[in-house]
Design a protein around this ligand. Structure first.
Ligand SMILES: NC(=O)c1ccc[n+]([C@@H]2O[C@H](COP(=O)([O-])OP(=O)(O)OC[C@H]3O[C@@H](n4cnc5c(N)ncnc54)[C@H](O)[C@@H]3O)[C@@H](O)[C@H]2O)c1
Length: 412
């Protein structure tokens, strides 16, 4: 093993750990009930191989789990963290810029390793396990909106093999991670890849969900003029009332300088949009999968493709037009940047840790019930809110006894 890489990984891990006290609070809360609640269990995890993931996995290892990890994205694994996790006895089947077939093989291998628990980000590992003949897993979690879509499809067909907690739907996940985490880190990814000036630019944000709200807010903070495109009347109106221009992508295509997709859908940007874009337009994706920008159509339109710098390719269309694509259409904050800051990931991962404890602690009760998607228990969401206050050193008021009774006074 490369000593320099390992040293760097250890430093990155320590920095993240220092900035993720909520994960340590969650670990202590679980340890207080039982010192090694996960002893003898194997966890298969498909997560972004980042310093923040290392903090979660080392905390879970301290609670007794054996762990195998594969990447949640083929391009985003951090080599120093791979080295560090391996040195900690966590089997990592991932490397920086692996091929799609390597990435898929790692997920298949993980699904077949007979895990007791699965933690996934995007639902790919859950789907691999579902396709396999293995029947060892008794519970799982998923981290993100796109994973939730896949799991809902399996659930609707009654084909989930074990209960899965949808961590993305905890308030302490999507309100912090999807909005503030992706908002900041996507803009960071765009800047690292392009070094562009954002002030005065027209940034088109496709999708005004939690991710889109964060990205639009941060782009505006840099002085960009933001256009939002949507398919939901509610979210479109919300964007309008938040002060953004709202229009269809077809119209926004000719106005935008930078396009960022945040939809979790396929083809939010496709051929008809590329054809209308200005020379020099930059196109990137903040959503989980690389389906939001139809890169195949962009390739078909182009006479040549050149790598301008890391994570920035120029697609030459005809003689006088070029479109610049970020990170091959893959998630820009994790490929060009480092993903969310640890101060944000601490809450998503405190939820993950507490949800795994919930699955293990309530194993027999859950096994007797119907196999289905589960919400994050309210007490976990509330506990992570408490952690957030402590981590940010915030002090707030409490309801008095009179205030607590106030609502009831009208019902007598
Ligand atoms: N990059 C990251 O670190 C990160 C973090 C969290 C979530 N995500 C991913 O980002 C994506 C969005 O997540 P979210 O939590 O904001 O989801 P969301 O469901 O809250 O929002 C998606 C929005 O996109 C809109 N939409 C769908 N198709 C559209 C289209 N063709 N054109 C315009 N708008 C369209 C929907 O109406 C919705 O309002 C998902 O893939 C999710 O997994 C990424």
């Amino acid at each position: 093993m490369n000593d320099e890489l390992l040293k760097q990984g250890r430093e990155s891990y320590s920095w993240a750990r220092h900035n993720m006290p909520a994960v340590l609070l969650a670990e202590s809360a679980v340890k207080k009930k039982k010192r090694l609640p996960f002893k003898g269990l194997l966890l298969a995890a498909s997560l972004h191989v980042s310093k923040e993931t290392a903090v979660l996995l080392c905390a879970l290892k301290n609670l007794g789990l054996s762990i195998k990890l594969a990447a949640a994205n083929p391009l985003s694994s951090q080599s120093d963290i791979v080295a560090y996790l391996n040195s900690e006895g966590i089997e990592v089947n991932a490397k920086r810029e692996e091929s799609i077939s390597e990435y898929n093989a790692a997920l298949r291998h993980l699904a077949r390793s007979e895990p007791d628990l699965i933690v996934d980000d995007g639902g790919q590992l859950h789907v691999e396990y579902w396709k396999s003949k293995v029947d060892s897993c008794f519970g799982g979690t998923d981290e993100t909106t796109s994973g939730t879509h896949r799991l809902r499809a399996l659930d609707a067909r009654g084909e989930l093999k074990y209960p899965v907690i949808v961590v993305n739907e905890a308030k302490t996940k999507y309100l912090f991670d999807n909005r503030y985490g992706t908002g900041q880190s996507s803009i960071d990814g765009v800047l690292r890849a392009t070094d562009a000036l954002l002030a005065g630019k027209v940034v088109v944000v496709a999708g005004y969900g939690w991710v889109g709200k964060g990205v639009a807010m941060r782009a505006r903070g840099f002085g960009s003029r933001v256009i939002v495109t949507e398919v939901s009347p509610l979210r479109a109106t919300e964007a309008y009332l938040d002060g953004y221009d709202v229009m269809p992508m077809q119209r926004a295509s000719s106005l935008g300088d930078i396009f960022l997709t945040c939809t979790g859908q396929t083809d939010a940007i496709s051929k008809e949009h590329f054809l209308k874009m200005k020379n020099g337009a930059v196109v990137g994706n903040c959503g989980h999968f690389d389906t939001e920008i139809n890169v195949r159509q962009l390739v078909a339109l182009s006479s040549s493709i050149e790598l301008v710098r890391a994570n920035l390719e120029r697609y030459n269309i005809g003689k006088s037009k070029a479109i610049y694509l970020l990170c091959q259409g893959r998630v820009v904050n994790l490929v060009a940047g480092e993903g969310h800051p640890p101060e944000i990931m601490q809450f998503s991962f405190a939820n993950q840790l507490l949800c795994l404890d919930y699955l293990v602690s309530n194993r027999s009760e859950i096994a007797r019930g119907k196999i289905k998607l589960l919400s994050v228990p309210e007490q976990i969401d509330d506990l992570v809110s408490e952690f957030a206050l402590r981590c940010f050193r915030l002090d707030i008021d409490k309801l008095s006894a009179k205030q607590k009774k106030y609502g009831w006074s009208f019902i007598r």
